[in-house]
Design a protein around this ligand. Sequence first.
Ligand code: NAP
Length: 293
Amino acid sequence: MNPAGFVGLGTMGGAMAANLARAGFPVTAWNRTAGRSSALVDLGVTLAASPAEVAAAADTVVVCVSDTPDVEAVLFGSQGVAAGAREGLLVIDCSTISPAATRQFSGRLAERRIAFVDAPVSGGSEGARNATLTIFAGGEAADVERAQPLLRAMGRTITHVGPVGSGQAVKAVNQVILAGTYLGVAEGIVLAMKAGLDVEQVVEALGGGAAQSWVLANRSGRMIANEYPLGFKVELHRKDLGIALELAREVGAVLPISALAAQLEAGLVGRGHAEEDMSALARTIRELSGLDG
Ligand code: NAP
């Protein structure tokens, strides 16, 4: 198997890099903060001193960092991927970032004959651990084809959705739908609690009907317990809604639920809950309903 590189070993990237190693890829990886990767070393992953060093050791480099400026930094910084890459390298960006910036980054890489696919993911930290992610790939058909063996080692449902940037646009749609779903589930759970219902039974009963969803099945327990371990950070979803609202402005779409969710998430961040799972949206609904102090 061709050597693979990985840049960004956070909640998602660490688990995804591990799955590349388990699938048999020789993996060289880098993370900004050292010491997050001991489990990867046990899987045979080689740690590099910079993204440039990762690129020099690999045919394909997967990036999974937080936000648009972070992708720019690891690609184009003085020790970035572009600084160490040979012509013909393929970069797969699994971060969730701006579609417009993605097209710009791809253009800058193309000037150096580096191929690029945007491949943002959905499916949460569980999906990353279990290699069951849903992946939206944007790029030239040949590049997406070349990315497939790596994407298949990390995910289950992989769709080529169009040219570079399209993966990020589809991911924005995904995050908009999630905003409404999390808020809807939070309101339903709070209503059930205030109405004195057996909430666990309600969740089970609803699971067989039209209100069933991944959020109801996997995140309502946290909302009932009012405990929000990761998961997916509130601050990352707020970032994603910023991307979606920017895209909406560009194309003339009106997204009132997303704007509301972004504001509620800004409130959570301001009150010190940035690092909680985004199911913490229920925190606000619970408080507004007088369930908590
Ligand atoms: P995370 O746990 O906060 O990890 C972020 C990673 O990015 C860390 O490795 C961090 O390095 C690195 N990073 C951030 N800024 C950097 C910079 N300027 N230079 C170099 N490295 C930088 O986040 P995550 O949950 O893995 O999310 C990663 C991406 O996947 C995000 O775009 C997120 O929106 C997306 N995503 C997440 C989920 C989820 O459920 N968590 C689901 C789908 C998509 P340090 O260790 O040094 O901080």
